[in-house]
Design a protein around this ligand. Structure first.
Ligand SMILES: C[S@@+](CC[C@H](N)C(=O)[O-])C[C@H]1O[C@@H](n2cnc3c(N)ncnc32)[C@H](O)[C@@H]1O
Length: 383
């Protein structure tokens, strides 16, 4: 069933908003859409009309580094207004959804426990209270999400999961579909096109959060045993309950994708969606190594995330991405944009001839919006 106001697919762990809450959510969403679609593109116009010619005159060349542009734009009043509004919108977004979830938190925790204790369990949940949460999560409230993904505010907490399920659906300006699963569905559509006969027996989704992208693999590859890992307990408790309520069998476990406890060669398909930009320069190669280790010979790896700079238009367009690094508490995005993801796959042991780094067409929702940003960037390799 879909909420006629929010277009979100309702499941047992979603709390439908009251009329007032729905109105506030709509305001937050509309402001975000307006800022991204109408206002922020004006910063590009400001560069082209106010600063590009002067830069050329001063330096005898066009800018070659993103920070050459950032330094100038940060002093521009239009850019400052846009930046402040984007930051405020992000903060309002967490408050708007967070307040609604706080009201229902006890109930959500109880429901999640029921799914864990139920006799009709499909999948499973394994938490590891001793897992060391990487510093790239404890050091910053990522994208200003209060407490990040990993903080347990109360025993058996699911707050971070419930918040993410609501917010991220809005964050992608509704383009993820009712279950916010279009990143997963896009990768699957591409995989099916490239490898129509591929029938993985075991699949691993790294950095699954609440399983938005994991769930479509259950239907796409029936019979496959599906595992999903994340470092954060509150999102995993929620993910497990959400999957059970949607009748999807998934084995969730709290693990660091840099070093998992799965045996060598255990999986035929290892995927991740939007995980890398929230890791670090050290973690990323370690995760590629781990994906290579746990894949069986012939197995496939597909990582989807923000595209490196060279896939993103010219240097002025690329510099726009740095906003999130400096003002939205996503410190690794700038570095990720400079890394050679394909080379990381080769360094991890994948044969160069199998490695591809490409943009694939993201699926569109009923309104024609493309899934998760404008395109899906993937790093693909076969062992
Ligand atoms: C943007 S969310 C991913 C969203 C999710 N894959 C989806 O498609 O809906 C990033 C997730 O990666 C997880 N993560 C980051 N680093 C990780 C690591 N080293 N091991 C496992 N999970 C990690 C975070 O806890 C967070 O839940």
């Amino acid at each position: 069933m879909t909420d006629s106001r929010t277009h979100q697919t309702l499941h047992d762990m979603i709390v439908p908003p009251t009329a007032d809450e729905a109105a506030r959510q709509e305001y937050t969403y509309s402001l975000r859409y307006h800022l991204l679609a109408d206002l922020w593109p004006g910063t590009r116009k400001a560069w082209d009309t106010k600063y590009a010619a002067q830069f050329r005159k001063d330096h005898g060349r066009d800018p070659v580094k993103r920070n050459e542009i950032a330094k100038i734009m940060q002093g521009d009043s239009y850019w400052q207004m846009g930046s402040s509004l984007r930051r405020i919108n992000q903060e309002i977004m967490w408050d708007t959804y967070g307040e609604k979830i706080e009201k229902h938190l006890d109930d959500l925790i109880a429901k999640a426990k029921n799914y864990r204790n139920s006799n009709r369990k499909l999948g499973s949940l394994m938490l590891d209270p001793n897992l060391e949460i990487p510093r790239y999560h404890t050091g910053v409230d990522i994208h200003i999400q209060p407490g990040g993904y990993h903080t347990d505010l109360v025993d058996d907490d699911v707050f971070a999961g419930a918040l993410y399920d609501d917010v991220i659906w809005m964050f992608f300006v509704h383009a993820g579909g009712g279950l916010n699963d279009s990143a997963g569905r896009s990768i699957i559509a591409w995989l099916k096109q490239q490898h129509p006969k591929f029938a993985p027996k075991r699949i691993l989704d790294m950095g699954c959060t609440v399983g938005h992208s994991t769930l479509p693999y259950v239907d796409a590859y029936p019979g496959a045993e599906i595992h999903a890992i994340d470092v954060a307990a509150p999102v995993l408790r929620y993910a497990h309950a959400r999957a059970e309520s949607l009748d999807k069998k998934i084995h969730f476990s709290q693990q660091n994708a840099e070093v998992t406890n799965f045996p060598d060669g255990h999986f035929d398909l290892v995927v991740s969606h939007l995980m890398f930009h929230e890791t670090s320069s050290k973690a990323m190669p370690a995760i590629f190594n781990e994906a290579h280790r746990v894949l069986a010979p012939g197995g496939i790896m597909v990582h989807q995330d923000i595209a490196p700079g060279r896939f993103m238009g010219d240097i002025v367009d690329q510099s726009s991405m740095d906003w999130s690094t400096h003002y939205n508490a996503e410190p690794f995005i700038a570095k990720l944009m400079d890394l050679d993801h394909g080379q990381l796959a080769v360094d991890a042991g994948f044969a160069k001839k199998t490695v591809q780094e490409l943009d694939i067409d993201g699926l569109r929702d009923a309104h024609g919006h493309r899934a998760v940003g404008s395109k899906q960037h993937i790093t693909y390799a076969r062992k």
